[in-house]
Design a protein around this ligand. Structure first.
Ligand code: SF4
Length: 128
């Protein structure tokens, strides 16, 4: 089982305890399909806007055993508010530059509610 470290948006900490992030990691679903079932070995925030601290925190997660770092869906998909981080691209590029292009950095944890609904509707149409 791979060990992953998750970085979340500090602005949404008081709206979400990360329940889906842990569940999707444990079940190897969502972005974790690329790795299989995963153990979350660390769950930290970006450190607050503008997100520069996420780079050092990603490095810390790797030093403490993470085999992949994951930006949570609150950052890249804007869950649960539909408000993605305006700095998500910068954050991803800076983390990848720091950790090296060979180190896995996943860009989300789970689909947004809108994506789940669309998939369910598509599945319903396919069955109907
Ligand atoms: S930098 Fe982005 S991810 Fe971090 S607190 Fe601000 S909006 Fe959230």
């Amino acid at each position: 089982m791979k060990k992953v470290g998750i970085i979340r948006c500090q602005q949404t900490e008081d709206l979400c305890p990360g329940t889906k992030d842990f569940a999707f990691a444990a079940q190897g679903k969502g972005a974790f399909e690329a790795l299989g079932a995963c153990e979350v070995m660390g769950f930290v925030s970006c450190g607050g806007c503008p997100g520069k601290r996420a780079v050092a925190r990603a490095q810390m997660l790797r030093e403490r055993g993470a085999e992949a770092v994951v930006l949570a869906s609150c950052i890249t998909k804007g869950t649960p508010l539909g408000f993605p981080c305006p700095n998500k691209g910068l954050m991803l590029r800076a983390i990848r530059a720091k950790l090296g292009e060979d180190f896995p950095v996943l860009e989300y944890t789970h689909p947004s509610a809108a994506e789940i609904k669309a998939a369910e509707e598509a599945a319903g149409q396919a069955c109907g």
